[in-house]
Design a protein around this ligand. Structure first.
Ligand SMILES: Cc1ncc(COP(=O)(O)O)c(C=O)c1O
Length: 385
């Protein structure tokens, strides 16, 4: 029996999206980004589905995440790019995990751990081309590449990659895009002058993959688009399929009179005698409280709006006189191709003035992921519905 409320994840959609994105990028090798539990879809199943679609690299934010992939037997090249002090750098080196270097001090830590283990560490030097978040500042870049070349010559590490990240790739035409690209080219030249010859130079996320052929270099890092979500508001990407459907059965229905205040604070009041349907998903499950009186829900064949306050574990939908019954499915977001009329994660993001990344990554740990599709060898333990 499927769980009452669950996030259904279509692994074939992830595989097909990866394939489509590779084609879109003219075959440029693809790094599937599976940080944050595969953007909420389940890190290991998502990683396997991406690999089946041709992703030849996987990317995570944290070493802990990359170690989880290795523990699951995934042997693709892996890059973990947020490595604050105190992270298990030695474990990463031992597991053959590539490390993103955003801080010159980290290079020395990595070198020390590599010497201790008698291994050659694999690193990707991250240059800050204007995002002003992670990455080594351009002023510190020449010294960093010199030092990396020295350590490479000493056999302690290998500079596998040089990379960066865009600030505004989701706003095609934004002036920062061109300026970041030219700084990236300068950074690559400096690396070259220092004697480095990285295998992969990479700067593109999903939005850049879709819109900036000149930014593909040797590898593109795609997260959100592989899950079937469009990273660029208003931009249409044909063929991508949303992989996640968040849905729940109706827990109960009841008739209430006109003028009834609904849920905490009575922020919704019925304007006639009506039927209320209770959906057992709340803000603890990733339905933001800000969706109070706003969140779209497909129920009884129609798109409706959450009535009243979203609570920790539940919310209410006013279905009028429609014949909605306990046990029926309500779809919060999913693939409208599969559930006609359903909202998408992008629709939720628009209503809540956020981005769809936040909608899918916030689906809570209490919500079971139920998987459909996927290669038999890559199928996770939860049985498909
Ligand atoms: C460094 C880096 N690369 C790639 C990605 C993937 O971005 P997207 O999900 O927009 O494709 C992210 C995600 O935030 C990132 O931080």
């Amino acid at each position: 029996m499927p769980h009452f409320a669950h996030a259904r994840v279509d692994l074939d959609a992830i595989t097909d999206n990866a394939r489509l994105l590779r084609e879109h990028a003219d075959g440029t090798p693809l790094m599937g980004v599976v940080k944050a539990d595969g953007y909420g879809h389940g890190m290991v199943p998502a990683a396997r589905a991406l690999a089946a679609g041709g992703a030849s690299w996987l990317g995570t934010a944290l070493i802990k995440e990359a170690l989880g992939l290795r523990a699951a037997g995934i042997d693709l090249p892996l890059l973990a790019w947020i490595v604050p002090p105190g992270e298990p750098v030695g474990s990463a080196i031992a597991a053959g995990i590539d490390l993103g270097v955003s801080d010159p001090a980290l290079l020395e830590v990595i070198a020390g751990e590599a010497r201790r283990l008698g291994r050659t560490a694999r690193v990707h030097l991250k240059t800050d081309t204007g995002l002003n978040r992670g990455g080594v500042a351009f002023s510190a870049w020449p010294a960093l590449v010199e030092e990396a070349a020295r350590l490479q010559d000493a056999g302690v590490l290998r500079v596998i990659g040089v990379f960066s990240h865009f600030a505004c790739a989701d706003e095609p035409g934004h002036p920062s895009i061109g300026s970041q690209l030219s700084v990236f080219h300068e950074a690559l030249e400096l690396a070259d002058k220092a004697g480095l010859d990285p295998e992969v130079r990479h700067i593109s996320n999903s939005a850049a993959l879709l819109t900036l052929p000149e930014a593909r270099f040797d590898l593109v890092r795609a997260g959100i688009a592989t899950y079937g979500i469009n990273p660029i508001p208003g931009y249409s990407v044909s063929g991508l399929r949303p992989a996640m459907t968040l849905r729940s059965r109706v827990a109960l229905t009841k008739r209430v009179p006109e003028g009834s205040g609904v849920s905490y604070g009575h922020r919704y009041r019925t304007d006639r005698e009506t039927t209320l349907a209770l959906i057992p998903l709340g803000y603890a499950d990733g339905v933001p409280r800000a969706a109070t009186n706003k969140g779209p829900v497909l129920l009884g064949g129609r798109r409706r709006t959450i009535a009243g306050t979203v609570c920790m574990d539940q919310f209410v939908v006013d279905v009028g006189d429609d014949a909605v019954e306990a046990g029926e499915y309500a779809v919060l977001f999913g693939d409208p191709g599969e559930y006609p009329g359903a909202a998408t994660a992008e629709d939720w993001a628009e209503v809540l003035d956020t981005i769809p990344y936040e909608i899918v990554t916030r689906v809570g740990v209490r919500v079971p992921r139920e998987y459909v599709g996927g290669a038999p060898a890559g199928r996770p333990e939860t049985p498909p519905m």
